[in-house]
Design a protein around this ligand. Structure first.
Ligand SMILES: Nc1ncnc2c1ncn2[C@@H]1O[C@H](COP(=O)(O)OP(=O)(O)OP(=O)(O)O)[C@@H](O)[C@H]1O
Ligand SMILES: [Mg+2]
Length: 227
């Protein structure tokens, strides 16, 4: 579904971060990307989400070259296909949990019926993630783990085909990290959402079907050991 071909990306002071990086992602894959701080994990996710552009290389989504997209097409690609979970939860402080979760629906071009269905979906996911009771609270009234779960639901309301998660368990304790990891796996199994997860956590990486290390600007598949 996603072909990342010979992507190179440099930053002025840092030099080459991604170096002719190539990766093919199939529908329903779950992929972890590990690698030291500064190795380029976030940069890669940003490029896949069209939040940043590579210097060279190509990016195909379901056979279409998406690097040629203008701003509107990029926004539409993101809205329709991509869900983001960032390390910092980025909930808007002046909206309630429920309002935060439903916000992406307002930006999507969907009809009344479809809208209602997705609100129902969101409510279902809130139940599954145990945050229904928090619907009317504001982000500063909930814990980090609760905010992270709300962010995940928000990332999923538009039914993305790919979920890009950047250190989604970075700020969570063991228990919450474990729960969120399991939830990601369930989204992958039950809804077929393709997962690309950047993480330092071996535990979270171990839950993914394919594991990669990002090193010297390239991805290397990790084999063996972990389950
Ligand atoms: N906008 C930018 N301008 C200049 N340099 C940048 C920019 N974004 C990232 N970099 C540099 O590119 C390198 C890769 O950054 P990136 O954020 O992708 O790393 P990472 O693997 O996500 O690290 P971490 O594990 O700490 O999140 C770093 O050296 C960083 O300083
Ligand atoms: Mg990062």
């Amino acid at each position: 579904m996603l072909e990342i071909k010979n992507i190179t990306k440099s930053f002025q002071q840092r030099g080459v971060v991604l170096n002719e990086l190539t990766l093919t992602v199939n529908e329903g894959d779950s992929i972890s990307i590990a690698g030291p701080s500064g190795s380029g994990k976030t940069t890669l996710l940003n490029i896949i989400g069209l939040l940043d552009r590579p210097d060279s290389g190509d990016l195909l989504f379901r056979g279409v070259r998406i690097l040629d997209y203008d701003q509107d097409s990029s926004a539409s690609y993101r809205n329709k296909n991509i869900g983001f979970v960032f390390q910092e939860h980025l909930l808007l402080p002046y909206l309630t949990v429920k309002e935060n979760i439903l916000l992406p629906l307002l930006a999507s071009e969907i009809s009344g019926n479809e809208f209602d269905k997705r609100v129902e979906d969101a409510e279902e996911m809130m139940k599954k993630t145990g945050i229904t009771e928090l619907a009317g609270k504001y982000p500063d009234q909930i814990s980090g783990g609760e905010a992270q779960r709300a962010t995940l639901v928000r990332a999923l309301v538009n039914r993305p085909s790919i979920l890009l998660a950047d250190e989604p368990t970075g700020s969570l304790d063991r228990k919450n990290a474990e729960n969120l990891g399991d939830l990601l796996v369930r989204m992958n199994n039950e809804y077929g959402i393709t997962l690309i997860v950047a993480t330092h956590s071996a535990e979270l990486a171990g839950k993914m079907k394919l594991r990669y290390n990002l090193s010297e600007g390239k991805l290397f598949q990790v084999t063996g050991m972990q389950k």
